[in-house]
Design a protein around this ligand. Structure first.
Ligand code: CXF
Length: 361
């Protein structure tokens, strides 16, 4: 079928919305009409840094309605409201033990540019357009493997839900699936973008008593306080480590580092109390930080968490329930854009004016 999709033809090029051909669904795949899709920093990485082959259709926070199912699909049917998440093989030991975010084929399936049968579903003439995260949601329709398609409640505005497939599940899952803070403990969240703010809302759900928000933008810190942070520090104005150590009585029990900025990663470790644990979520450039004293003299821990260590088909419906109950108001992070304004949405995300852009298709 002919669809409209935002094509990235070469590294660093602006998106161009064009007619392309979509084939499939093959066996175990579904065809989804996209209603809306979130914009995530990783899409900008895909556009600018050549992590996946070009030409490509990016986008990995799609939400839409199932139009057609391929052979052998048993868990979905036409008309279902769905959110697409990351691709995973479903067969390796990590997938089978409930950790598909560290699937042994994660990089190949999400960044390799092809579906799991090594072919593409998007084409222009004789040219294959590569796939991103097994979905390529910057288009009016997509084909995805059944496994990374999550059925969601029809009672919620579907246009809001795409970011649950990546950015929001990353922040919330890091707290609720990975760190699992004990009731009444303290946590510091570095970076108040979509990931950090989702971590803050999740820390409130988990019953953290002190939730420290750190950012360099006052408007984001204000939003963090409205969403559950108990303290907010602007890293441009204060010594964050000193302030957090003082206010928490010697450092926090936990931290989530979502900036990927090496000096901030260092702060997140230093502002922990002995035995404290920091989850690294932000993607960093090459980074050298001396962790020996924190780890070996104070027993601190540092772990990397991908996609919130989530099982999307289990975790995303739970986040939707919390949202319906008013306990996970992630709609506060969102600004909607028309699909044609995709380049503007990326610009607003990069300069910090919009926390989570969502494109309406
Ligand atoms: C990504 C972050 C970098 C590692 C792979 C998963 N998540 C969302 O964009």
């Amino acid at each position: 079928m002919k669809i409209q999709a935002a094509v990235t033809r070469a590294q660093g090029e602006a998106f161009s919305i064009e007619e392309v051909t979509l084939s499939g669904p093959k066996a175990n795949e579904v065809l989804v009409k996209i209603v809306a899709t979130g914009v995530c920093h990783t899409d900008a990485v895909g556009r600018d840094l050549g992590v996946s082959p070009y030409p490509i259709v990016l986008g990995h926070e799609g939400a839409g309605v199932v139009e057609k199912v391929g052979e052998n699909v048993t868990s979905l049917q036409p008309g279902d409201h769905v959110v697409m998440s990351f691709a995973h093989c479903g067969q390796c030991e990590n997938c089978l033990t409930g950790h598909p975010t560290v699937c042994s084929a994660f990089n190949e399936l999400n960044f390799g540019g092809r579906m799991d049968d090594h072919t593409c579903r998007l084409h222009q003439g004789d040219t294959d357009l590569h796939t991103f995260f097994g979905q390529s949601s910057f288009g009016t329709h997509i084909v995805a493997h059944e496994r990374n398609v999550v059925k969601v409640d029809k009672d919620v505005d579907l246009a809001l839900l795409g970011p649950l497939g990546c950015g929001i599940q990353t922040g919330a899952g890091t707290v609720l699936n990975s760190i699992r803070p004990a009731f009444g403990t303290s946590i510091a969240v570095y970076g108040c973008g979509a990931v950090g703010l989702s971590a803050i809302m999740a820390a409130k759900i988990a019953g953290c008593q002190q939730i420290f928000a750190v950012d360099v933008h006052d408007n984001r810190l204000e939003l963090a306080l409205e969403l559950g942070a108990t303290h907010a520090f602007n890293g441009k104005n204060v010594d964050v480590v000193k302030e957090i150590r003082e206010a928490s009585g010697g450092g926090t029990h936990y931290a989530v580092e979502s900036t990927g900025v090496p000096p901030v990663v260092r702060q997140s470790l230093h502002a922990l109390r002995p035995l404290g644990k920091v989850a690294i979520v932000g993607v960093t450039p090459e980074m050298n930080i001396d962790v020996h004293n924190d780890l070996m003299a104070e027993g601190k821990g540092m772990i990397g968490v991908i996609e919130g260590d989530s099982v999307p088909r289990v975790f995303i419906p739970k986040l939707v329930e919390f949202h319906k109950a008013g306990k996970f108001p992630f709609d506060r992070l969102v600004k909607f854009y028309d699909f044609e304004d995709i380049n503007q949405a990326f610009e607003d995300s990069a300069n910090g004016t919009t926390v989570k852009p969502i494109l309406r298709l």
